[in-house]
Design a protein. Structure first.
Length: 132
């Protein structure tokens, strides 16, 4: 397992953001197709309308999972695509922690314990040498 320093996380962040945005785009495509299928199911019983949309949904789901896998291969962990939350594994002294990023932020500025979440994040001190 790779642990990120704050500098390493910030260096890879532009690439991570692009991959996150791709996964988010794929997730939104899945949501639109699911809604479209729901409307078809509620308004018609025509299989000729349902089947092509269902096939598109299957493809979109596959693309979403592939984009999520590509994103996590960078070493980050997706906490929530919908909320735009990613964590980078790190260490504070000998304790495992997460460097925390939220979509829209331009750099990694927060961390939290591994057993807590976004609401418990703390600012990284400018020269916090305790983070790996």
């Amino acid at each position: 397992m790779f642990y990120f320093t704050t500098n390493e996380a910030n260096q890879i962040l532009p690439e991570v953001i692009k991959k996150f945005e791709n996964a988010l785009k794929k997730k939104n495509e899945v949501s639109k197709l699911e809604q479209k299928l729901q409307v078809i199911l509620e308004t018609t019983d025509k299989l000729d309308e349902y089947i092509p949309i269902k096939q598109k949904l299957n493809t979109a789901l596959t693309q979403f999972y592939e984009s999520s896998e590509i994103l996590e291969k960078t070493g980050v962990v997706i906490k929530s695509i919908d909320q735009g939350l990613l964590d980078f594994p790190s260490k504070k002294f000998d304790e495992d922690v997460w460097l925390c990023w939220k979509y829209g932020e331009t750099e990694i500025k927060f961390w939290h314990e591994k057993d807590s979440g976004f609401m418990s994040r703390k600012p990284i001190e400018v020269n916090d040498e305790s983070l790996v």
